[in-house]
Ligand binder design. Structure first.
Ligand code: ATP
Ligand code: MG
Ligand code: MG
Ligand code: MG
Length: 474
């Protein structure tokens, strides 16, 4: 079963059960300064949960574009290292706004997994919040789930919140046992480790509270349901593979990049990580630009810049010296433009912008890497293994090396970076720059995007670098 079919079946299943199919909202949350990016399906419904906005339906279902880079949910460092985390992913969800609650949420979930998708019941495990006995009882009563495979966990795993504030509540999650060969050792188990054996596939959140800045929780006007299941994970399960990257969502891109670089997937761990990071980041880059983000030195634009630079550097590790991401982002458009037509509208502009960003970074990457290598050589001779915050900051400031690239390079050679020192140097720089601050960078970025888009649509497009550099605010 292809991923597109799973997405379709999910939406149709919930439509059949009275849910309105809503389109995905943008990766940029609308009117919500508390959040850098949309990180879950419920984000577009936040005001509905809070009772501040009425919709003409009480049940909805979506396949939502999500990005988890920065903020409370940040998976950047996990990408390429686990088989289940991406920066960009699609979250399948069903929502009830004061309509059905726990029991029906559990029944729908069970029916979809075991009857629609025919997952083996004996491999499924359930977690519930430690104080939520009701959920445990409902799993047993409503769908006959065996009590010995229900685990009670604490706040970290089974109390969900979107960010530091906003709607939240206890949750119940479905995991699937991927087999002993995925185990991380004798201590492997649900709630005990974070490996990929017991893969978390679906989270059912019982939305009950609104949390304020002080952590105080007030009950929502109506208890509601918000669920989220990663399309990439459920696709891996249905396709019988143990990594999301082995599904049809990633394989065409991974194979194309491997071919271009003259390497093979699944022969060498480092090569695999590089191919996975490139495939992952290409999707985020394509979707971010489509949602009107430009590379810049702060805020959302900086996340985009980091992703482009990080992916480019992993390309270098594969021997790709020329720009190549401008091609991979076009593959994303070709593969996913059917479900997300907005991608197609921006295809040419996106390719040119990514190519120019790659060219700019390529010029400085080599110089910066030489400095970093020299520094590590010197430290090694002195018997030290910490790269100073000052050096890291210089690489960041002068050569445009995001900290995560410095960390990646350092870690590979068993060095650590003095991140505290880095942050202190950064703060100093910011304090100095404050005097020259000219306004909101995010606003600049949005208006720059329009200007660049218009320029990009004309034949006379000359590049966006001058325009972008105007919005530089450190
Ligand atoms: P994990 O514990 O694996 O990091 P999570 O508990 O952070 O996942 P939730 O916030 O509960 O995830 O999100 C709901 C669902 O979205 C998860 O059960 C999973 O299927 C999917 N999901 C979450 N984070 C990612 C990610 N970074 N990449 C792909 N899918 C994800
Ligand atoms: Mg997580
Ligand atoms: Mg989890
Ligand atoms: Mg979870």
């Amino acid at each position: 079963m292809k991923a597109s079919e799973i997405r379709e079946r999910f939406l149709k299943f919930f439509e059949k059960n009275g849910h309105k199919i809503e389109t995905s909202s943008s990766l940029i949350p609308k009117d919500d300064p508390t959040l850098l990016f949309t990180n879950a399906g419920m984000v577009q419904f936040k005001k509905t949960f809070l009772g501040q906005e009425k919709r003409d339906y009480a049940r909805a279902t979506t396949s939502q574009k999500c990005l988890r880079v920065g903020g409370k949910h940040n998976d950047l460092e996990n990408v390429g290292r686990t088989a289940r985390h991406h920066t960009f992913f699609e979250m399948l969800g069903n929502f009830s706004f004061g309509d059905y609650f726990k029991e029906d949420a559990i029944k729908f979930c069970w029916e979809f997994l075991t009857e629609e998708l025919k997952l083996p019941k004996e491999k499924l495990y359930i977690t519930i919040y430690k104080d939520d006995d009701e959920a445990g009882e409902l799993w047993q009563k409503a769908v006959n789930f065996p009590v010995e495979r229900i685990y009670k966990l604490g706040k970290k795993d089974n109390f969900w919140s979107m960010g530091d504030t906003g709607p939240c509540g206890p949750c119940s999650e479905v995991h699937i046992d991927q087999g002993e060969n995925m185990s991380c050792g004798p201590d492997c188990g649900i709630g005990k480790c974070d490996c990929d054996r017991y893969l978390e596939i679906w989270n059912l959140v019982f939305m009950q509270y609104d949390q304020d800045e002080n952590g105080v929780q007030t009950p929502l006007p109506h208890p509601s349901i918000d669920t989220g299941m990663g399309l990439e994970r459920i696709t891996a399960v249905c396709q019988g593979v143990q990594s999301n990257y082995e599904t049809d969502l990633f394989q065409p891109m991974i194979q194309a990049v491997a071919k271009k670089a003259g390497v093979k997937y699944k022969e060498d761990d480092e090569i695999d990580t590089a191919l996975q990071v490139i495939a992952d980041h290409s999707r985020s880059i394509a979707f971010l630009i489509t949602d009107q983000i430009l590379p810049s030195n702060e805020g959302r634009g900086y996340v985009l810049r980091r992703l482009i630079r990080r992916a480019f550097r992993f390309g270098r590790l594969l021997g790709l010296t020329d720009p190549f991401l401008y091609e991979t982002v076009q593959m994303v458009v070709n593969d996913m433009g059917g479900q997300f037509p907005e991608l197609t509208d921006n295809k040419d502009f996106m390719a040119r912008m990514v190519r120019e960003e790659e060219e700019r970074f390529s010029q400085t990457l080599d110089k910066g890497l030489i400095i970093l290598e020299e520094e590590m050589e010197e430290l090694k001779n002195e018997g030290k293994n910490t790269i100073s915050g000052e050096t890291a900051f210089k690489l960041y400031d002068t050569f445009g090396f995001p900290l995560d690239i410095i960390n990646d390079v350092a870690e590979k050679q068993k060095f650590v970076v003095d991140e505290k020192g880095f942050n202190a140097a950064m703060k100093e720089q910011k304090d100095r720059a404050k005097a020259a601050w000219k306004g909101s960078g995010e606003k600049d970025t949005a208006s720059t995007f329009r200007t660049v888009l218009e320029a990009g649509l004309k034949n006379s497009f000359t590049g966006y670098s001058e325009l972008v550099s105007e919005s530089r605010i450190v």
